[in-house]
Design a protein around this ligand. Structure first.
Ligand SMILES: Cc1cc2nc3c(=O)[nH]c(=O)nc-3n(C[C@H](O)[C@H](O)[C@H](O)COP(=O)(O)OP(=O)(O)OC[C@H]3O[C@@H](n4cnc5c(N)ncnc54)[C@H](O)[C@@H]3O)c2cc1C
Length: 485
Protein backbone atom coordinates (compact mmCIF):
# COMPACT_ATOMS: atom_id res chain seq x y z
CA UNK A 1 0.00 0.00 0.00
CA UNK A 2 1.33 3.49 -0.77
CA UNK A 3 1.18 6.31 1.79
CA UNK A 4 -2.23 6.59 3.42
CA UNK A 5 -4.61 9.52 3.32
CA UNK A 6 -6.11 10.92 6.49
CA UNK A 7 -9.41 9.20 5.67
CA UNK A 8 -7.71 5.83 5.20
CA UNK A 9 -6.00 6.28 8.56
CA UNK A 10 -9.35 7.02 10.22
CA UNK A 11 -10.86 3.90 8.66
CA UNK A 12 -7.89 1.82 9.83
CA UNK A 13 -8.79 2.62 13.44
CA UNK A 14 -12.16 0.85 13.10
CA UNK A 15 -10.57 -2.52 13.78
CA UNK A 16 -12.65 -4.00 16.59
CA UNK A 17 -10.01 -3.44 19.26
CA UNK A 18 -10.85 -3.95 22.93
CA UNK A 19 -10.40 -0.50 24.38
CA UNK A 20 -11.63 0.89 27.67
CA UNK A 21 -11.87 4.53 28.72
CA UNK A 22 -13.37 5.57 32.02
CA UNK A 23 -14.75 2.11 32.67
CA UNK A 24 -16.59 1.82 29.36
CA UNK A 25 -15.78 -0.10 26.20
CA UNK A 26 -15.11 2.21 23.26
CA UNK A 27 -15.62 -0.08 20.29
CA UNK A 28 -15.07 2.61 17.66
CA UNK A 29 -12.54 5.27 18.64
CA UNK A 30 -13.37 7.31 15.56
CA UNK A 31 -16.84 7.91 16.98
CA UNK A 32 -15.69 8.75 20.51
CA UNK A 33 -15.98 12.56 20.80
CA UNK A 34 -12.94 13.30 23.04
CA UNK A 35 -10.60 11.59 20.56
CA UNK A 36 -11.86 13.41 17.48
CA UNK A 37 -9.38 16.25 17.79
CA UNK A 38 -6.24 14.13 18.02
CA UNK A 39 -7.47 11.79 15.29
CA UNK A 40 -8.00 14.82 13.02
CA UNK A 41 -4.49 16.06 13.84
CA UNK A 42 -2.91 12.73 12.88
CA UNK A 43 -5.14 12.47 9.80
CA UNK A 44 -3.81 15.89 8.80
CA UNK A 45 -0.25 14.54 8.95
CA UNK A 46 -1.29 11.71 6.61
CA UNK A 47 -2.81 14.22 4.19
CA UNK A 48 0.38 16.29 4.34
CA UNK A 49 2.17 13.38 2.68
CA UNK A 50 -0.01 13.94 -0.40
CA UNK A 51 0.63 17.69 -0.53
CA UNK A 52 2.98 18.31 -3.48
CA UNK A 53 4.72 21.07 -1.52
CA UNK A 54 5.56 18.71 1.36
CA UNK A 55 5.82 15.30 -0.25
CA UNK A 56 9.53 15.46 -0.98
CA UNK A 57 10.24 16.15 2.68
CA UNK A 58 7.84 13.64 4.16
CA UNK A 59 8.26 10.63 1.89
CA UNK A 60 10.84 8.54 0.06
CA UNK A 61 10.82 5.61 -2.32
CA UNK A 62 10.21 2.42 -0.37
CA UNK A 63 13.24 0.12 -0.76
CA UNK A 64 10.91 -2.88 -1.12
CA UNK A 65 8.01 -1.64 -3.25
CA UNK A 66 9.42 1.50 -4.86
CA UNK A 67 6.21 3.30 -3.92
CA UNK A 68 6.21 6.39 -1.74
CA UNK A 69 6.61 5.57 1.96
CA UNK A 70 6.82 7.71 5.08
CA UNK A 71 10.37 9.04 5.42
CA UNK A 72 10.14 8.37 9.17
CA UNK A 73 11.28 4.83 8.19
CA UNK A 74 14.29 6.00 6.20
CA UNK A 75 17.36 3.99 7.21
CA UNK A 76 19.75 6.86 6.63
CA UNK A 77 23.31 5.92 5.74
CA UNK A 78 24.60 9.06 4.05
CA UNK A 79 24.66 12.74 4.95
CA UNK A 80 21.86 13.66 2.48
CA UNK A 81 19.74 10.80 3.83
CA UNK A 82 20.28 11.98 7.39
CA UNK A 83 19.28 15.50 6.35
CA UNK A 84 16.15 14.09 4.66
CA UNK A 85 15.26 12.09 7.77
CA UNK A 86 15.86 15.09 10.04
CA UNK A 87 13.81 17.33 7.74
CA UNK A 88 10.90 14.91 7.85
CA UNK A 89 11.01 14.67 11.66
CA UNK A 90 11.31 18.45 11.87
CA UNK A 91 8.31 19.20 9.68
CA UNK A 92 6.05 16.69 11.43
CA UNK A 93 7.11 17.98 14.86
CA UNK A 94 6.52 21.55 13.70
CA UNK A 95 2.99 20.70 12.52
CA UNK A 96 2.30 19.46 16.05
CA UNK A 97 4.43 22.08 17.88
CA UNK A 98 6.56 19.32 19.41
CA UNK A 99 3.65 18.47 21.70
CA UNK A 100 2.97 14.93 20.50
CA UNK A 101 5.86 13.00 21.99
CA UNK A 102 4.87 9.62 20.72
CA UNK A 103 3.62 10.03 17.19
CA UNK A 104 4.66 7.01 15.19
CA UNK A 105 7.76 8.99 14.17
CA UNK A 106 9.41 7.84 17.40
CA UNK A 107 8.57 4.19 16.81
CA UNK A 108 9.31 4.22 13.08
CA UNK A 109 12.84 5.31 13.96
CA UNK A 110 12.93 2.89 16.89
CA UNK A 111 12.03 -0.11 14.72
CA UNK A 112 14.64 0.80 12.11
CA UNK A 113 17.22 1.24 14.88
CA UNK A 114 16.23 -2.17 16.28
CA UNK A 115 16.67 -4.01 12.98
CA UNK A 116 20.10 -2.45 12.42
CA UNK A 117 21.17 -3.08 16.02
CA UNK A 118 20.25 -6.76 15.95
CA UNK A 119 22.17 -7.19 12.72
CA UNK A 120 25.16 -5.46 14.30
CA UNK A 121 24.92 -7.82 17.26
CA UNK A 122 25.09 -10.77 14.87
CA UNK A 123 21.52 -11.78 15.68
CA UNK A 124 20.62 -12.35 12.06
CA UNK A 125 17.31 -14.19 12.49
CA UNK A 126 16.04 -11.61 14.97
CA UNK A 127 17.29 -8.82 12.68
CA UNK A 128 15.40 -10.35 9.76
CA UNK A 129 12.19 -10.50 11.80
CA UNK A 130 12.69 -6.89 12.95
CA UNK A 131 13.29 -5.84 9.35
CA UNK A 132 10.12 -7.70 8.33
CA UNK A 133 8.19 -5.67 10.91
CA UNK A 134 9.78 -2.42 9.71
CA UNK A 135 8.48 -3.31 6.25
CA UNK A 136 5.05 -4.32 7.52
CA UNK A 137 4.64 -1.02 9.38
CA UNK A 138 6.18 1.07 6.60
CA UNK A 139 4.22 -0.51 3.74
CA UNK A 140 0.95 -0.17 5.65
CA UNK A 141 1.83 3.34 6.83
CA UNK A 142 0.63 2.66 10.36
CA UNK A 143 0.88 4.40 13.72
CA UNK A 144 2.91 2.35 16.19
CA UNK A 145 2.82 2.72 19.97
CA UNK A 146 5.15 1.09 22.48
CA UNK A 147 5.17 -0.24 26.02
CA UNK A 148 8.65 -0.77 27.47
CA UNK A 149 7.97 -0.66 31.18
CA UNK A 150 6.90 -3.34 33.64
CA UNK A 151 4.02 -2.63 36.01
CA UNK A 152 4.95 -0.96 39.32
CA UNK A 153 4.39 -4.13 41.34
CA UNK A 154 7.47 -3.61 43.51
CA UNK A 155 10.16 -1.12 42.54
CA UNK A 156 12.36 -2.11 45.51
CA UNK A 157 13.62 -5.03 43.47
CA UNK A 158 15.14 -5.12 40.00
CA UNK A 159 13.64 -8.56 39.30
CA UNK A 160 11.08 -8.83 36.51
CA UNK A 161 7.72 -8.82 38.30
CA UNK A 162 5.51 -11.84 37.69
CA UNK A 163 2.81 -9.41 36.51
CA UNK A 164 4.97 -8.35 33.54
CA UNK A 165 4.39 -9.75 30.06
CA UNK A 166 5.90 -13.25 29.79
CA UNK A 167 5.69 -16.40 27.73
CA UNK A 168 3.06 -18.82 28.93
CA UNK A 169 2.84 -21.25 26.01
CA UNK A 170 4.78 -22.11 22.89
CA UNK A 171 2.77 -23.36 19.94
CA UNK A 172 3.41 -24.21 16.32
CA UNK A 173 1.76 -20.98 15.17
CA UNK A 174 3.49 -18.70 17.66
CA UNK A 175 4.11 -17.80 21.28
CA UNK A 176 1.33 -17.08 23.74
CA UNK A 177 2.01 -14.24 26.19
CA UNK A 178 0.20 -12.90 29.24
CA UNK A 179 0.81 -10.00 31.60
CA UNK A 180 0.90 -6.26 31.68
CA UNK A 181 3.04 -3.50 30.14
CA UNK A 182 2.97 0.30 30.27
CA UNK A 183 2.77 3.11 29.48
CA UNK A 184 1.49 3.12 25.93
CA UNK A 185 1.12 6.71 24.74
CA UNK A 186 -0.87 7.01 21.50
CA UNK A 187 -2.49 3.60 22.13
CA UNK A 188 -6.12 4.67 21.49
CA UNK A 189 -5.24 6.00 18.06
CA UNK A 190 -2.42 3.62 17.06
CA UNK A 191 -2.60 0.57 14.80
CA UNK A 192 0.23 -1.58 16.15
CA UNK A 193 2.00 -1.88 19.47
CA UNK A 194 5.59 -2.80 20.22
CA UNK A 195 6.68 -4.47 23.44
CA UNK A 196 10.41 -4.68 24.11
CA UNK A 197 13.30 -3.93 26.44
CA UNK A 198 14.20 -0.71 28.18
CA UNK A 199 16.33 -1.82 31.11
CA UNK A 200 18.33 -5.07 30.95
CA UNK A 201 17.04 -8.35 32.36
CA UNK A 202 19.07 -10.95 34.24
CA UNK A 203 19.83 -14.52 33.47
CA UNK A 204 16.89 -16.64 34.63
CA UNK A 205 14.35 -14.11 33.37
CA UNK A 206 14.25 -15.51 29.83
CA UNK A 207 10.42 -15.81 29.66
CA UNK A 208 10.32 -12.01 30.13
CA UNK A 209 12.98 -11.24 27.49
CA UNK A 210 10.57 -10.47 24.71
CA UNK A 211 10.39 -7.99 21.87
CA UNK A 212 7.37 -8.20 19.57
CA UNK A 213 4.79 -6.23 17.62
CA UNK A 214 1.08 -7.05 17.60
CA UNK A 215 -1.90 -5.17 16.20
CA UNK A 216 -4.03 -3.16 18.60
CA UNK A 217 -6.93 -5.51 17.89
CA UNK A 218 -5.00 -8.68 18.79
CA UNK A 219 -7.38 -11.14 20.48
CA UNK A 220 -6.78 -11.07 24.24
CA UNK A 221 -5.24 -7.57 24.28
CA UNK A 222 -7.13 -5.09 26.47
CA UNK A 223 -6.13 -1.45 26.06
CA UNK A 224 -7.03 0.46 29.21
CA UNK A 225 -6.74 4.19 28.58
CA UNK A 226 -6.64 7.03 31.01
CA UNK A 227 -9.56 9.43 30.69
CA UNK A 228 -9.29 11.86 27.81
CA UNK A 229 -8.27 15.40 28.71
CA UNK A 230 -10.56 16.95 26.12
CA UNK A 231 -14.21 16.87 27.01
CA UNK A 232 -15.82 19.12 24.45
CA UNK A 233 -14.77 22.57 25.67
CA UNK A 234 -14.54 25.40 23.15
CA UNK A 235 -11.29 25.09 21.18
CA UNK A 236 -10.52 28.70 22.14
CA UNK A 237 -10.36 27.54 25.79
CA UNK A 238 -8.49 24.27 25.15
CA UNK A 239 -6.35 24.94 22.09
CA UNK A 240 -3.94 22.10 22.91
CA UNK A 241 -6.06 19.48 24.71
CA UNK A 242 -8.52 19.63 21.83
CA UNK A 243 -5.86 18.77 19.23
CA UNK A 244 -2.89 16.98 20.74
CA UNK A 245 -4.06 14.68 23.54
CA UNK A 246 -2.42 11.41 22.43
CA UNK A 247 -3.82 9.30 25.27
CA UNK A 248 -1.87 6.92 27.51
CA UNK A 249 -2.80 3.32 28.19
CA UNK A 250 -1.90 0.23 30.13
CA UNK A 251 -1.76 -2.83 27.92
CA UNK A 252 -3.07 -6.10 29.36
CA UNK A 253 -2.18 -9.22 27.44
CA UNK A 254 -4.39 -12.16 28.36
CA UNK A 255 -3.17 -15.15 26.35
CA UNK A 256 -2.26 -13.11 23.29
CA UNK A 257 -0.82 -15.14 20.43
CA UNK A 258 2.30 -13.57 18.90
CA UNK A 259 2.99 -15.27 15.53
CA UNK A 260 6.66 -16.26 15.08
CA UNK A 261 7.24 -13.62 12.40
CA UNK A 262 6.12 -10.92 14.85
CA UNK A 263 8.31 -12.12 17.75
CA UNK A 264 11.63 -10.34 17.30
CA UNK A 265 13.41 -11.57 20.43
CA UNK A 266 12.37 -14.49 22.62
CA UNK A 267 14.62 -15.29 25.58
CA UNK A 268 17.96 -14.31 23.99
CA UNK A 269 19.70 -12.30 26.73
CA UNK A 270 22.41 -10.89 24.44
CA UNK A 271 19.88 -9.62 21.96
CA UNK A 272 17.45 -8.35 24.62
CA UNK A 273 20.06 -6.47 26.65
CA UNK A 274 22.13 -5.31 23.68
CA UNK A 275 19.62 -4.09 21.14
CA UNK A 276 19.05 -0.63 22.61
CA UNK A 277 22.76 0.07 22.94
CA UNK A 278 23.85 -1.11 19.51
CA UNK A 279 21.50 1.11 17.51
CA UNK A 280 22.71 3.80 15.12
CA UNK A 281 20.60 6.50 16.78
CA UNK A 282 17.62 7.34 14.58
CA UNK A 283 15.38 7.37 17.66
CA UNK A 284 17.40 9.91 19.69
CA UNK A 285 17.61 12.07 16.57
CA UNK A 286 13.82 12.10 16.26
CA UNK A 287 13.38 12.77 19.97
CA UNK A 288 15.95 15.60 19.87
CA UNK A 289 14.25 17.30 16.95
CA UNK A 290 10.78 16.96 18.46
CA UNK A 291 11.97 18.23 21.85
CA UNK A 292 13.72 21.21 20.25
CA UNK A 293 10.52 22.28 18.51
CA UNK A 294 8.68 22.02 21.82
CA UNK A 295 11.35 24.18 23.46
CA UNK A 296 10.97 26.76 20.70
CA UNK A 297 7.20 26.75 21.13
CA UNK A 298 7.44 27.21 24.90
CA UNK A 299 9.99 30.02 24.54
CA UNK A 300 7.78 31.69 21.93
CA UNK A 301 4.70 31.45 24.11
CA UNK A 302 6.56 32.81 27.16
CA UNK A 303 7.72 35.76 25.03
CA UNK A 304 4.25 36.48 23.61
CA UNK A 305 2.75 36.36 27.10
CA UNK A 306 5.47 38.65 28.48
CA UNK A 307 4.75 41.15 25.71
CA UNK A 308 1.02 40.91 26.45
CA UNK A 309 1.51 42.16 29.99
CA UNK A 310 4.58 44.34 29.58
CA UNK A 311 6.93 42.00 31.40
CA UNK A 312 9.09 41.83 28.29
CA UNK A 313 10.48 45.20 29.40
CA UNK A 314 11.66 43.89 32.79
CA UNK A 315 15.29 42.68 32.97
CA UNK A 316 14.26 39.63 35.00
CA UNK A 317 12.01 38.34 32.23
CA UNK A 318 14.38 39.33 29.48
CA UNK A 319 17.03 37.27 31.24
CA UNK A 320 14.72 34.28 31.79
CA UNK A 321 13.60 34.23 28.16
CA UNK A 322 17.13 34.89 26.98
CA UNK A 323 18.28 31.77 28.78
CA UNK A 324 15.62 29.76 26.93
CA UNK A 325 16.80 31.14 23.62
CA UNK A 326 20.36 30.14 24.54
CA UNK A 327 19.11 26.66 25.41
CA UNK A 328 17.51 26.45 21.96
CA UNK A 329 20.92 27.14 20.51
CA UNK A 330 22.38 24.29 22.57
CA UNK A 331 19.53 22.06 21.37
CA UNK A 332 20.35 22.88 17.76
CA UNK A 333 23.93 21.84 18.49
CA UNK A 334 22.68 18.55 19.90
CA UNK A 335 20.66 18.03 16.74
CA UNK A 336 23.77 18.56 14.63
CA UNK A 337 25.69 16.22 16.94
CA UNK A 338 22.98 13.56 16.74
CA UNK A 339 23.16 13.68 12.94
CA UNK A 340 26.96 13.52 12.88
CA UNK A 341 27.07 10.73 15.44
CA UNK A 342 24.26 8.80 13.75
CA UNK A 343 26.01 9.10 10.41
CA UNK A 344 29.29 7.89 11.90
CA UNK A 345 27.63 4.94 13.57
CA UNK A 346 25.52 3.98 10.56
CA UNK A 347 28.61 4.03 8.33
CA UNK A 348 30.67 2.06 10.85
CA UNK A 349 27.87 -0.52 11.06
CA UNK A 350 27.77 -0.77 7.28
CA UNK A 351 31.51 -1.51 7.29
CA UNK A 352 30.97 -4.12 9.97
CA UNK A 353 32.97 -2.09 12.49
CA UNK A 354 30.72 -2.19 15.46
CA UNK A 355 31.65 -1.22 18.96
CA UNK A 356 28.97 -2.75 21.13
CA UNK A 357 28.32 -0.56 24.13
CA UNK A 358 27.04 -1.68 27.48
CA UNK A 359 23.90 -0.47 29.15
CA UNK A 360 25.74 1.17 32.05
CA UNK A 361 24.39 -1.41 34.47
CA UNK A 362 26.15 -4.48 33.09
CA UNK A 363 29.40 -4.53 31.12
CA UNK A 364 30.81 -3.23 28.86
CA UNK A 365 30.11 0.03 30.59
CA UNK A 366 29.79 2.71 27.98
CA UNK A 367 26.39 4.15 27.23
CA UNK A 368 24.51 5.95 24.59
CA UNK A 369 24.92 8.79 22.18
CA UNK A 370 24.66 12.55 22.64
CA UNK A 371 20.98 12.56 21.60
CA UNK A 372 20.33 9.90 24.24
CA UNK A 373 22.06 11.96 26.92
CA UNK A 374 20.03 14.99 25.86
CA UNK A 375 16.80 13.05 26.14
CA UNK A 376 17.78 11.78 29.57
CA UNK A 377 18.90 15.14 30.98
CA UNK A 378 19.04 18.21 28.77
CA UNK A 379 15.48 18.28 27.48
CA UNK A 380 13.86 17.37 30.81
CA UNK A 381 15.77 20.36 32.27
CA UNK A 382 15.26 22.77 29.36
CA UNK A 383 11.58 22.09 28.78
CA UNK A 384 10.75 22.11 32.50
CA UNK A 385 12.60 25.40 32.81
CA UNK A 386 10.72 26.79 29.81
CA UNK A 387 7.36 25.84 31.32
CA UNK A 388 8.40 27.54 34.58
CA UNK A 389 9.36 30.74 32.75
CA UNK A 390 6.00 30.64 30.99
CA UNK A 391 4.21 30.29 34.35
CA UNK A 392 6.12 33.26 35.79
CA UNK A 393 5.51 35.38 32.71
CA UNK A 394 1.78 34.73 32.78
CA UNK A 395 1.37 35.06 36.55
CA UNK A 396 -2.23 35.38 37.67
CA UNK A 397 -3.30 36.25 34.14
CA UNK A 398 -3.30 32.56 33.32
CA UNK A 399 -6.46 32.11 35.40
CA UNK A 400 -8.43 33.66 32.62
CA UNK A 401 -12.08 33.80 31.65
CA UNK A 402 -13.55 31.58 28.95
CA UNK A 403 -14.69 32.14 25.38
CA UNK A 404 -18.26 31.99 26.70
CA UNK A 405 -17.55 34.85 29.13
CA UNK A 406 -16.14 36.91 26.32
CA UNK A 407 -19.22 36.22 24.19
CA UNK A 408 -21.57 37.27 27.00
CA UNK A 409 -22.84 40.78 26.10
CA UNK A 410 -22.92 41.77 29.77
CA UNK A 411 -19.23 41.18 30.47
CA UNK A 412 -17.54 40.92 27.04
CA UNK A 413 -17.48 44.71 26.62
CA UNK A 414 -16.03 45.11 30.13
CA UNK A 415 -13.28 42.67 29.24
CA UNK A 416 -12.62 44.65 26.06
CA UNK A 417 -12.26 47.73 28.22
CA UNK A 418 -10.25 46.46 31.17
CA UNK A 419 -8.52 43.17 30.29
CA UNK A 420 -6.14 44.51 27.70
CA UNK A 421 -2.35 44.69 27.57
CA UNK A 422 0.26 46.93 25.96
CA UNK A 423 -0.58 46.92 22.26
CA UNK A 424 -2.90 43.93 22.56
CA UNK A 425 -6.67 43.75 22.70
CA UNK A 426 -8.63 41.76 25.25
CA UNK A 427 -9.61 38.92 22.95
CA UNK A 428 -6.07 38.20 21.75
CA UNK A 429 -4.74 38.50 25.29
CA UNK A 430 -7.38 36.08 26.52
CA UNK A 431 -6.52 33.67 23.72
CA UNK A 432 -2.85 33.74 24.73
CA UNK A 433 -3.67 33.18 28.38
CA UNK A 434 -5.91 30.21 27.56
CA UNK A 435 -3.04 28.76 25.56
CA UNK A 436 -0.63 29.27 28.46
CA UNK A 437 -3.11 27.62 30.83
CA UNK A 438 -3.56 24.63 28.54
CA UNK A 439 0.24 24.31 28.35
CA UNK A 440 0.84 24.46 32.09
CA UNK A 441 -2.31 24.20 34.14
CA UNK A 442 -4.92 21.90 32.62
CA UNK A 443 -4.73 18.11 32.76
CA UNK A 444 -3.04 18.28 29.37
CA UNK A 445 -0.48 20.76 30.70
CA UNK A 446 0.25 18.76 33.87
CA UNK A 447 0.69 15.60 31.88
CA UNK A 448 3.05 17.41 29.49
CA UNK A 449 5.16 18.40 32.50
CA UNK A 450 5.25 14.83 33.80
CA UNK A 451 6.01 13.45 30.37
CA UNK A 452 9.12 15.54 29.88
CA UNK A 453 10.46 14.38 33.24
CA UNK A 454 9.63 10.71 32.85
CA UNK A 455 9.41 9.79 29.19
CA UNK A 456 12.75 8.03 29.31
CA UNK A 457 12.33 6.49 32.74
CA UNK A 458 13.56 8.06 35.92
CA UNK A 459 16.43 10.56 35.82
CA UNK A 460 18.15 9.00 38.82
CA UNK A 461 18.40 5.55 37.29
CA UNK A 462 19.55 7.05 34.00
CA UNK A 463 22.15 9.10 35.87
CA UNK A 464 23.48 5.94 37.56
CA UNK A 465 23.98 4.42 34.13
CA UNK A 466 26.02 7.43 33.04
CA UNK A 467 27.96 7.31 36.32
CA UNK A 468 29.01 3.76 35.47
CA UNK A 469 30.04 4.70 31.94
CA UNK A 470 33.61 4.95 30.72
CA UNK A 471 33.26 8.74 30.54
CA UNK A 472 33.38 8.98 34.34
CA UNK A 473 36.76 7.24 34.38
CA UNK A 474 38.02 9.44 31.56
CA UNK A 475 37.16 12.53 33.62
CA UNK A 476 38.85 11.11 36.67
CA UNK A 477 41.96 10.34 34.64
CA UNK A 478 42.38 14.07 34.01
CA UNK A 479 42.81 14.61 37.74
CA UNK A 480 45.40 11.83 37.90
CA UNK A 481 47.21 13.44 34.99
CA UNK A 482 47.44 16.73 36.85
CA UNK A 483 48.48 15.20 40.15
CA UNK A 484 51.00 12.83 38.62
CA UNK A 485 52.88 15.52 36.74
C1 LIG B 1 3.06 10.89 30.37
C2 LIG B 1 3.92 9.69 30.20
C3 LIG B 1 3.93 9.00 28.99
C4 LIG B 1 4.72 7.86 28.82
N1 LIG B 1 4.69 7.17 27.64
C5 LIG B 1 5.37 6.01 27.53
C6 LIG B 1 5.29 5.21 26.35
O1 LIG B 1 4.63 5.57 25.38
N2 LIG B 1 5.92 4.02 26.33
C7 LIG B 1 6.67 3.57 27.38
O2 LIG B 1 7.22 2.48 27.31
N3 LIG B 1 6.78 4.31 28.51
C8 LIG B 1 6.16 5.51 28.58
N4 LIG B 1 6.27 6.26 29.72
C9 LIG B 1 6.75 5.51 30.88
C10 LIG B 1 8.02 5.97 31.39
O3 LIG B 1 9.04 5.28 30.73
C11 LIG B 1 7.93 5.65 32.86
O4 LIG B 1 7.01 6.52 33.40
C12 LIG B 1 9.23 5.81 33.54
O5 LIG B 1 9.99 4.70 33.25
C13 LIG B 1 9.07 6.01 34.99
O6 LIG B 1 8.15 5.07 35.48
P1 LIG B 1 8.28 4.27 36.78
O7 LIG B 1 8.60 5.19 37.90
O8 LIG B 1 7.10 3.41 36.90
O9 LIG B 1 9.46 3.32 36.41
P2 LIG B 1 10.93 3.17 36.83
O10 LIG B 1 11.02 2.94 38.30
O11 LIG B 1 11.80 4.17 36.21
O12 LIG B 1 11.16 1.79 36.10
C14 LIG B 1 11.14 1.69 34.70
C15 LIG B 1 11.44 0.24 34.30
O13 LIG B 1 12.77 -0.09 34.60
C16 LIG B 1 12.86 -1.16 35.49
N5 LIG B 1 13.99 -0.80 36.32
C17 LIG B 1 14.06 0.25 37.15
N6 LIG B 1 15.30 0.32 37.66
C18 LIG B 1 16.02 -0.70 37.13
C19 LIG B 1 17.36 -1.16 37.26
N7 LIG B 1 18.24 -0.53 38.02
N8 LIG B 1 17.72 -2.27 36.58
C20 LIG B 1 16.87 -2.93 35.81
N9 LIG B 1 15.59 -2.54 35.64
C21 LIG B 1 15.17 -1.43 36.29
C22 LIG B 1 11.53 -1.25 36.15
O14 LIG B 1 11.24 -2.55 36.55
C23 LIG B 1 10.62 -0.79 35.01
O15 LIG B 1 10.37 -1.82 34.09
C24 LIG B 1 5.51 7.41 29.89
C25 LIG B 1 5.49 8.10 31.11
C26 LIG B 1 4.73 9.24 31.26
C27 LIG B 1 4.76 9.95 32.57
Amino acid sequence: MPIKTGQQYIESLRDGRTLYIDGKVVSDVTAYPPLQGVIATIAGLYDDQHDPALQKILTYASPSSGELASATYLEAGTEPEFQHLAGCFHLRAKRTFGLMGRLTDFMSAFLVDTAVALKALGKHDAAARAQGLVELCRENDVQVTHALIDPQSDRSTLDAPSEAVRVIERRGDGIVVSGCRLLSTLAPVANECYVGPYYPRRSGEEPFMLAFVVPMNAPGLSVICRESFYRGQDRFDRPLSSRFDEGDAILMFDRVLVPHARMIVDGDIEAYNGMLQARPGYTPLQATIRSTIKLRFLAGLATAIARANGRDKLPRFQAAIGELVALISVAEGIRAGAIAEGLGRAQAFARGEVRIEGDGLTGPQTVGVCGGAAINFFFPYANTKAADVLRLAAGSGVLAMSAADYANPDIGPLMDKWLVGPGIDAKRRLQLMKLAWDMTGTEFGSRAGLFVLQYSATTEINAQRWFRSGITRECEALVDELLNN
